[in-house]
Design a protein around this ligand. Structure first.
Ligand SMILES: Cc1cc2nc3c(=O)[nH]c(=O)nc-3n(C[C@H](O)[C@H](O)[C@H](O)COP(=O)(O)O)c2cc1C
Length: 143
């Protein structure tokens, strides 16, 4: 029953072309799919977008994350998908969200944009914890 929990943190590059409204519309489609599918797959998490990049946290049982992530990473709406961490965790931090979203106009995303620029968009220099903590802090604040 109580399967061990895992969390996966990745970043990727946006491949949705067009103006802000087009990008927003596509992200709304992604969120609609996520909010429909993730509860069935036992997955909760958060997605952030800024500076042409996505960061996402997926939490749930190991195999459920793996199955969903295999599908997500093949999505042509993003590329250069880099897993920053995939490790056991003691509890869900985003249990209230099938997929929370922080867009480019949020404080968290502005900080994410800053972190991405600071790293020179080099995934090697990005720390999963920093992205995870940023999402956690801002979503708990918003709650
Ligand atoms: C950055 C990004 C994050 C995504 N996150 C999820 C997710 O958490 N859950 C999910 O089911 N699909 C997610 N998707 C969408 C999937 O890749 C796929 O398009 C979708 O699951 C197909 O669902 P559909 O049945 O609505 O066509 C994401 C796509 C992108 C580009």
């Amino acid at each position: 029953m109580n399967e061990p929990l895992y969390k996966l943190v990745y970043i990727s590059r946006n491949e949705i072309k067009g103006d802000d409204a087009t990008i927003l519309h596509e992200i709304e489609q992604i969120l609609a799919s996520s909010r429909r599918k993730n509860p069935i797959a036992n997955i909760s998490g958060a997605l952030m977008f800024n500076a042409g990049c996505f960061a996402q946290v997926l939490e749930g049982p190991h195999d459920d994350i793996q199955n969903s992530f295999e599908r997500i990473q093949c999505d042509p709406r993003h590329s250069h998908v880099v897993v920053l961490s995939f490790e056991p965790t003691s509890r869900r931090e985003f249990s209230n969200w099938s997929m929370a979203y922080l867009g480019a106009d949020s404080t968290a995303s502005a900080k994410f944009g800053g972190i991405m620029h600071e790293s020179g968009f080099d995934a090697e220099l990005l720390k999963a914890d920093r992205i995870f903590d940023l999402l956690k802090e801002h979503l708990l604040e918003a709650e």
